[in-house]
Structure formats: structure tokens, C-alpha cells
Design a protein around this ligand. Structure first.
Ligand code: GCW
Length: 680
């Protein structure tokens, strides 16, 4: 049954006869120029794919010359058969890069897949298999590629008891209870899927961390996973709870400048490396949402982070410190807090520290302007944190393809450090010159048979991996790849699936939070509308964010309000301060405007809001009807799974529209435009 367990690695039989012949011939003579654990994995992948694609076991030869057809190895291993020029070209690719293409040698032509390191061979093989699945493989042409970002990382928010914070696909796949003795086969499938995208790092545990993960017993468990993942090129990171010295170390303080605390972390880190010699490092959430941190001891984020970074440095480890910090004491506008705390520390972090910044300043909203830290610091390594799990985007019930949302942020010009800089350029180092680069995605993976709850949410795991590899790919090409790899070569239905995916994010923004509205979801679960949520901590209420009153709606972040806009480069601050110049999709994020404010369309703001909500519902219905038109063209299991979920999505789009419009109408006191379906 097509239940989604195979992800995008469900190699469908090749029907194109020429392609089939070519691939079959390559599988008939495979030669590896060396041996190592990563090549063993490549062999396994060739065995799985050969059988499925061309119904043939690969033949592994011990002789490198004819009748061998497919050559695999590192640049160094192949040096005797490669021209000098070619070796230089391959060496120029990043250490994780690969080259594949035909090589003429002593009168014969071989197809070679070459990496600078064994993992590059693995990446090259996955790319080659993808080209077969997407029918773009050309035996005669060359292809080379390398990742633009160094650390391409999943962040699991998985607790040790297997619950998952903001997880909607079952329990955690890490069975800590049965580790280290029992190895769930799923660990391997997980590593394979990540390696197929080039993901090379995972943080296994929740950023709301439990100090027990740093005890010897748990290190032994984590070691098993690290050993399994190593040949796939994946490094393990763990979250470090800042108060661990008190909780598991018996100390009275966690002050980062205290010698006993320093020595606790040094010993813990050394112990970690005794189990996992290539341990990636720690990921830390500190002084945010009640998590412990250096501020308790009047120390800065830099003092906290550097202390841990120093413990990791002798082992080559990396310390990732999150910029998602907020507390009412710092500023009334939560939007400003990360910059207020981190900009003064620019240049004070060690070289092996990366500050991991969410894509926007509030919190993974359906649409956010980019985080103003990008461009505001010059001497600090910044990494991107995206959320793959759809906390604020219908969770695992709604189909929302997230690549367009991520691309919107990555492509935005920051105008700093230079006038051409973009967020992507800062993240990949091309505009920021930073060497240590990171893109992290908060995982949407769980024990559900299809991994992600909603089968279509697999595309978000996939898209994250692809963008971490290359932030300049387009949402559209990523969608095309994923659809072909997931549903096979069916041009008509694939075009429709792509249309659904590419429309889905704008649809969700329209029926949830159009025109810059944000954080108006139900309290704490963040599912469904809750613009009326009030009471308790101000920045956890909806009124704080939408500020609707009888005069108008929106959060004034210009200089007449919180002036968060001043945290952006002047080019942005100036144009976005003007409601007629700011892209209207961000309007109410930065401006409080009267209900009768005239939009570019000529409509009043109130009518425009209503039209957007209504458009969101219409788009959701269209997604559903387009999908339903595919009945009979998609296997019944996946057809029905997605069709049923889309039916819920339509209902929920109506729920969002009706709830928000009826609620906002109590302030606007205006009728709905006649074109829209009357909310009730
Ligand atoms: O998005 C919010 C979530 C919290 C999460 C926090 C964070 C891990 O609602 O569940 O906690 O962000 O990113 O730290």
C-alpha cells in the first residue's frame, strides 16, 4: 500500500526504454575505487534502487576496467584516471561537493560519480538517482554541485519521554528507553532520507532541554545514533540546559564565570567526545520563555555562549545559541528584543559560536518580514532557523507547502552589510563573509507511518533540505522534483499537484493572517483562529498584535509607535515606514491604519481585509477540487488521505474567515463587501 513510508525514495520502475537501458547497463558493472563505511551505504542504496528502478541487482566488480560501467570514488582515489585539469575542477567544489559524468579512459567510456570525500560520492549518487527518478538523467553530460551552507541541520524538539513539542506526527522516533540496546530500523531510514537531501547535522533533543541528556547513561544512547548516522555524513548535536551544572552536577550555581561551572562543562564535554569523537556540539535556548540562562547571574549571552564554546573548541565542536529571546523587561515590542540583546554583543562571540535566528522576529507566523538581526551585525556568525513543523500553519491537518514562504525571506534584500545583500547571502556567507554557516529546520518528523502526519508535509522536509543545500533554488523546481519522486512520472496530474502546492501558502496567509496580521491563533496550541485571546502576559495575547479598535487595526512599528523599523537598514526603514510604499503583505505588521484607509486596489482597508479572507477560502476550495479531479490517477490510499484532509482544510479556512471577520467587524462597524460570501 502507498502509505508514504518510502518518502521520496520510492524508486518507481523506469518506463522510458532508452533510460531503462542506460541505467540497467550502468548497474551491470559497478566499481568502487576504495572501501569505507559510506561506500557500504552507497552499495545498499544501489541495491535498493537497482531492484526498484530496473528490476536488477547491481553487479559489483572487483576489476576497474571494462566490462565495468559505473565508477565511484573520491577524487584522490580516481586520480590516476582523471586528467589534471579535471582534478583541479573537482577540488574547487566544496569538501562536500561531487562531480558526475562520462570519463574516457583507454578507449572506453565510463560513467563516474566522484566526491572530494566519501560523503560527496553519497550525495552524487543520490543526485544521480534523483535524475533518474525525474527523467532528467543524461549519460553524456556532466553535473557538479556543492552545498552553499556548511551545516544543514534538523532540530528535533523531541523530549526524552518521546513527546514532541509542536510535533503533529506521533511520538518521537528516538526510543530512548530501548536505546542503546535496540536499534529501530527507522533510524536508518531517517539517516538515508536526510543524506539524500544533503542534511548533515541533527540536534536530537528539544531546545526546552532536559539536563538528563547530558548524563553518562544518555550519552551511551546518543552514541548509538551517532555511530549509525556517521557513514551518512550526519553529525549529532544535543541541546544543553544552561542550569545542568545544578541539576546533574550538584553545584549551587550555573554562573558561566564560576570556575566550578566552567570545569563541569569542560568535563561533560570531554566525556561526550569520549563517546562521540565527532560530536557536533550543543544547541542552547537560554533566557527565553522561562529557560535558564546567563542573565540569572547578570552575565550576557556572549559570556554564556563563550563558556560553552570554549569547552567545545578543543574538540572542534560548535556552539549554537538561539536568538529567540524575549521577556517583557527588555522592551514592550517583542519584535525588537533579539536585536536589543544581540547587536551590542556583535564581535564578542567566539569563532565557533553561531547565533541561530528565526526567519522573523516574532515566531514562525504564516508570513513574517525577515528578522532584523540579518544585516544588523557584522562580526557574528548568524544561522537561519526555519520551522518545518507547521505550528502556526494548520499543523499536520493542512496542506501548506512552505518553500515559497522560506524563499520570500531568503530572497529579501537586507541592504546591509552592502547594498546588494540578501538574507540568503548572509546565511550562506557570500554577503557576510562568515565561514561557519548554518541553516536549521525544526523537524516535522514523528512515528506516524508516513513520518510527517500529512503526506504532503513530506515536501516541507524535502524543501528544507534542498534549500539548506542551495538557498537559490526556486520553490517551483523543488516542488517538481518532489512530486515526481513521490508520485512518479505523470505529467498531467503532476502539474495539478504542483499548482496546489504553489498556491497553498498564499491561501493559508489569506484565510489566517492577511496583510501583515499576525499571532491571532488560539492561545498556546496555536491551532485555529483566536483574535479575541486576551488576559495574562501581554505578548501572548492576540490583541497585543492586531490592536484593533474603533478607529483601525494594525501594530504601529514606525517611529510614532515602537519604532522596530529602525532596526532595519535605512533603505528598508524609510520605505516601509510609508504605508504607501511598504509591500501591502506586511502593511499591518508595521502600521496601525484607519478602517477606511485606501489600499492600492482602491478598496478600503476593511473591505480589503474581508476580500483577502474570502479569497483564502476560495483558494482552499480550489485546492480541494483540483485534488479531487485527480481521482483515479493517484493510488486510492494517497488520494483519499489527502482528499479527506483537504476537506477539513476547507472547513477550517471558512472557520478562520468567519471567526476573524465577525470579530474584527465588532471594531470596524462596517458591512462586508457585497462580493464576499457572508460570514456566519
Ligand atoms: O514557537 C514557539 C513555540 C514553543 C517553542 C518556542 C521556541 C521550543 O510555541 O513551543 O519552544 O517557540 O522556539 O523556543
Amino acid at each position: 500500500a502507498k502509505d508514504g513510508y518510502e518518502l521520496w525514495l520510492d524508486y518507481q520502475p523506469i518506463s522510458n526504454p532508452q533510460l531503462r537501458n542506460e541505467v540497467s547497463s550502468l548497474f551491470s558493472g559497478v566499481y568502487f575505487f576504495g572501501q569505507n563505511p559510506t561506500f557500504d551505504i552507497v552499495k545498499k542504496e544501489l541495491a535498493i534502487s537497482g531492484l526498484k528502478l530496473v528490476n536488477q541487482d547491481p553487479v559489483f566488480r572487483t576489476e576497474r576496467l571494462n566490462p565495468t560501467k559505473l565508477w565511484l570514488g573520491t577524487r584522490e582515489q580516481l586520480s590516476q584516471v582523471l586528467g589534471l585539469q579535471q582534478q583541479v575542477e573537482i577540488q574547487k567544489l566544496d569538501e562536500d561537493g561531487y562531480w558526475r559524468g562520462p570519463i574516457d579512459f583507454q578507449g572506453n567510456t565510463y560513467y563516474a560519480i566522484i566526491g572530494n570525500k566519501p560523503v560527496g560520492v553519497l550525495y552524487g549518487v543520490f543526485d544521480w538517482l534523483k535524475s533518474i527518478q525525474t527523467e532528467t538523467f543524461n549519460l553524456k553530460s556532466e553535473k557538479s554541485d556543492y552545498p552553499k551552507v556548511k551545516l544543514r541541520m534538523l532540530n528535533h524538539w523531541d523530549n526524552l519521554d518521546r513527546t514532541v513539542e509542536r510535533g503533529y506526527a506521533g511520538f518521537s522516533i528516538w526510543d530512548w528507553h530501548k536505546l542503546p540496546g535496540y536499534i529501530d530500523p527507522r533510524y536508518i531510514e531517517y539517516a538515508r532520507a536526510n543524506a539524500s537531501l544533503g542534511i548533515n547535522a541533527v540536534s536530537l533533543t528539544n531546545v526546552n532541554a532536559n539536563a538528563r541528556i547530558l548524563t553518562t547513561d544518555f550519552m551511551k544512547k546518543a552514541k548509538v545514533l551517532a555511530d549509525l548516522f556517521r557513514p551518512y555524513g550526519i553529525k549529532v548535536f544535543l541541546t544543553a540546559r544552561f542550569s545542568a551544572p545544578m541539576e546533574i552536577g550538584g553545584l549551587k550555581t550555573a554562573d558561566p564565570l564560576d570556575p566550578e561551572v566552567i570545569s563541569f562543562w569542560k568535563k561533560k564535554t570531554d566525556e561526550m567526545y569520549s563517546f562521540i569523537p565527532d560530536f557536533g556540539g550543543f544547541l542552547v535556548k537560554a533566557n527565553s520563555e522561562g529557560q535558564p540562562g546567563p542573565h540569572e547571574y547578570k552575565r550576557t549571552h556572549a559570556e554564556g555562549a563563550n563558556m560553552l564554546a570554549d569547552a567545545l573548541a578543543p574538540h572542534g565542536g560548535i556552539l549554537i545559541w538561539r536568538a529567540f529571546v524575549y521577556s517583557h523587561e527588555i522592551d514592550e515590542d517583542r519584535h525588537k528584543q533579539a536585536n536589543l540583546e544581540f547587536v551590542p554583543l556583535d564581535g564578542k562571540f567566539r569563532d565557533n559560536v553561531i547565533i541561530q535566528v528565526k526567519n522573523g522576529a516574532i515566531d514562525f507566523q504564516p508570513r513574517e518580514p525577515f528578522h532584523p538581526l540579518f544585516g544588523a551585525v557584522k562580526n557574528t556568525n548568524l544561522g537561519m532557523e526555519f520551522q518545518i513543523t507547521q505550528e502556526y500553519l494548520g499543523q499536520a491537518t493542512q496542506l501548506v507547502y512552505l518553500a515559497p514562504m522560506w524563499k520570500e525571506v531568503l530572497d529579501t534584500k537586507t541592504y546591509s552589510p552592502s547594498s546588494n545583500s540578501t538574507v540568503a547571502g548572509i546565511v550562506d556567507g557570500s554577503d557576510s563573509n562568515q565561514k561557519l554557516t548554518l541553516m536549521a529546520g525544526v523537524s516535522n518528523i514523528g512515528t506516524d507511518r508516513n513520518w510527517t502526519g500529512h503526506l504532503m508535509a513530506q515536501s516541507n522536509w524535502f524543501a528544507f533540505g534542498r534549500l539548506a543545500w542551495d538557498p537559490y533554488l526556486s520553490s517551483e523546481e523543488i516542488a517538481s522534483e518532489w512530486i515526481k519522486m513521490t508520485f512518479g512520472q505523470k505529467p498531467d496530474s503532476n502539474a495539478k499537484i504542483k499548482e496546489i502546492m504553489l498556491d497553498s501558502h498564499e491561501a493559508a496567509v489569506n484565510y489566517m493572517t492577511p496583510l501583515g496580521l499576525h499571532h491571532i491563533m488560539g492561545r498556546s496550541h496555536h491551532y485555529g483562529p483566536g483574535p479575541w485571546v486576551e488576559g495574562g502576559r501581554a505578548d501572548w495575547t492576540s490583541l497585543y498584535y492586531h490592536r484593533a479598535d474603533s478607529l483601525g487595526i494594525g501594530f504601529d512599528r514606525t517611529d510614532s509607535g515602537s519604532n522596530a523599523l529602525a532596526q532595519y537598514a535605512p533603505e528598508i526603514a524609510n520605505s516601509w515606514s510609508d504605508p504607501t510604499q511598504i509591500p501591502e503583505k506586511y502593511l499591518l505588521w508595521f502600521h496601525h491604519l484607519p478602517w477606511d484607509y485606501r489600499m492600492k486596489s482602491g478598496n478600503t482597508l476593511w473591505n480589503e481585509i474581508a476580500l483577502h479572507y474570502d479569497q483564502g477560502v476560495k483558494s482552499a476550495r480550489k485546492m480541494k477540487s483540483t485534488w479531487d479531479s485527480l481521482e483515479g490517477q493517484i493510488d486510492p490510499e494517497r488520494f483519499s488521505h489527502i482528499s479527506q484532509l483537504l476537506a477539513i482544510q476547507v472547513q477550517e479556512a471558512e472557520w478562520w474567515r468567519n471567526a476573524c471577520l465577525l470579530y474584527f467587524q465588532t471594531f470596524s462597524n462596517r458591512p462586508f463587501p457585497s462580493e464576499i460570501e457572508k460570514p456566519e
